[in-house]
Design a protein around this ligand. Sequence first.
Ligand SMILES: Nc1ncnc2c1ncn2[C@@H]1O[C@H](COP(=O)(O)OP(=O)(O)O)[C@@H](O)[C@H]1O
Ligand SMILES: [Mg+2]
Length: 234
Amino acid sequence: MLSVSDLSVGYKGLLAIQDVSFEVRSGEIVSLIGSNGAGKTTLLKTILGLIKPVKGEIRLNGQVISGLPAYEVVKKKIALVPEGRRLFPRLSVRDNLLLGAYTVESKAQIAESLDAVLRQFPWIKERADQLAGTLSGGEQQQVAIARGLMSRPELLMLDEPSLGVMPKLVTEIFSTVRHIAGEGVTVLLVEQNVFEALQICQRAYVLQTGRIVMEGTGSELSESDLVRKAYLGM
Ligand SMILES: Nc1ncnc2c1ncn2[C@@H]1O[C@H](COP(=O)(O)OP(=O)(O)O)[C@@H](O)[C@H]1O
Ligand SMILES: [Mg+2]
């Protein structure tokens, strides 16, 4: 579904991503793990069209999308749940959700998406009129994920969804991700929470200072020396 080849991305001449190639197949959960500063967010922003790559190509279902502006990429059924959630704290939960459908023109379709999302997250339905800023971190993350689904993506990219979520609620975030994948949405999951990210994915890539240094199935990577030493503290 998504194929990234030889991608390099820089900020003012400094490369944050170097010759990165990977793919996400339809129906998979693929995890991209790496420490702070490895280039994970840069990679997701580049896929979404927010940053222009220095070189390389990004294809979605065979079609080149690198070079397209973000609003065009979103129309091609990719959504990003950004790092830090980025909800509007003084808007209601419902209005935050509706903003996730800003590229959808048909009002009927937006209403239908809202219905579908609220069916998927029944607790959100009960609190749709509450200001988003008054929810807990874990709840806000669920709303951010729900907002990502409002444009009915085929590929949902999640940037560190467990960050800033209370430890006991982290499991819930990951089970939400699993549930979404179960509904047929392909998932690209970026995480520093390596243990959980490797548990729920089919395949994973390790990003270190802008380069992919390892790839394999979730269990292959969980058992590898590099991952155990560098990310799992074993
Ligand atoms: N807007 C920016 N301008 C300059 N450098 C940046 C910018 N954003 C990120 N970087 C740098 O790019 C590298 C990768 O950052 P980032 O993609 O945010 O990593 P991660 O998401 O894995 O923590 C880091 O060295 C970071 O300092
Ligand atoms: Mg990041």
